[in-house]
Write a protein of this length. Structure first.
Length: 263
């Protein structure tokens, strides 16, 4: 046996442990269905880097882990979608095809590279009805899971998924789904991050052509119930005119104004 030999089984275990530790250091994200499509929610304090993105007309992408690695996967998925949509038909680009592409890439990197990708990703496609929606979760070793209703990735994914499951039900409105997703991500601390540190997007089946839409600013605050119409402030009372007003009213001579200060 050569010096420094490590059995293949041990190598795979070490790679898997390394990837899991890297993913666990990041914050979780959730993806869930609502009555008109699919909702993505992530805690993201960066304004420049996105954890949630559009891949194609009906397809969205969410990821956690090392940014440069999942960004490379995202760009590869966009190139795949553009080439196939142009060469064949836009309807031929599907979340299932993208999930298979990502599974092959991640599996090859995991087995052949010294360092595996520290990422978990979700590829979701909105259909004409909720029954046609597709959500696929992919892990660092290329494993693919076909999810239904909801999924949590990264960080404390199991705990987040448990809290989300308690609140989730079919046919949720967008505000209900958003509040359930945010609550699952922020508990048990109970302190929700400001909307400027949240990344939220939807795949809305009712939108024409491109279904992906980011929710930001005042619109996001309204959905979370942070804004309410302000009550009209009472007008200040009109100033009363002095009794001795008019041209004949006595006036103090210049320099005789009492400032209230003594000598």
């Amino acid at each position: 046996m050569p010096f420094g030999y490590v059995p293949a089984e041990q190598q795979m275990r070490d790679k898997a442990d390394y990837a899991r530790k890297g993913i666990a250091r990041g914050r979780s994200s959730v993806v869930l269905q609502y009555e008109h499509g699919i909702l993505f929610v992530a805690h993201n304090a960066s304004r420049a880097l996105h954890k949630i993105s559009e891949i194609y007309d009906r397809i969205g992408f969410a990821a956690v882990g090392r940014y440069n690695e999942f960004e490379a996967l995202r760009l590869g998925g966009i190139r795949y979608a553009d080439v196939n949509g142009y060469t064949y038909d836009r309807g031929d680009v599907t979340a299932r095809g993208l999930a298979n592409l990502y599974a092959q890439s991640l599996g090859m990197i995991f087995t052949e590279s010294i360092k595996p990708y520290e990422v978990e990703i979700v590829v979701a496609e909105v259909g004409r009805s909720a029954e046609e929606d597709e959500i696929y979760k992919l892990t660092f070793d290329g494993s693919v899971t076909d999810e239904h209703g909801m999924v949590a990735i990264g960080g404390q994914a199991e705990a987040v998924a448990g809290r989300l499951k308690e609140r989730y039900h079919d046919g949720m409105t967008l505000p209900e789904a958003l509040q359930a997703g945010v609550a699952a991500l922020t508990e048990p601390d109970g302190e929700r991050p400001p909307t400027s540190q949240m990344e939220v997007a939807v795949l809305d089946r009712n939108r024409p052509h491109r279904k992906f839409l980011r929710l930001t600013g005042a619109r996001l605050e309204r959905l979370l119930g942070d804004t309410a119409p302000k009550a009209a402030e009472p007008e200040p009372p009109a100033a009363e005119e002095p009794k001795n007003s008019g041209p004949d009213a006595p006036t103090a001579p210049d320099g005789d104004i009492d400032t209230g200060s003594g000598d």
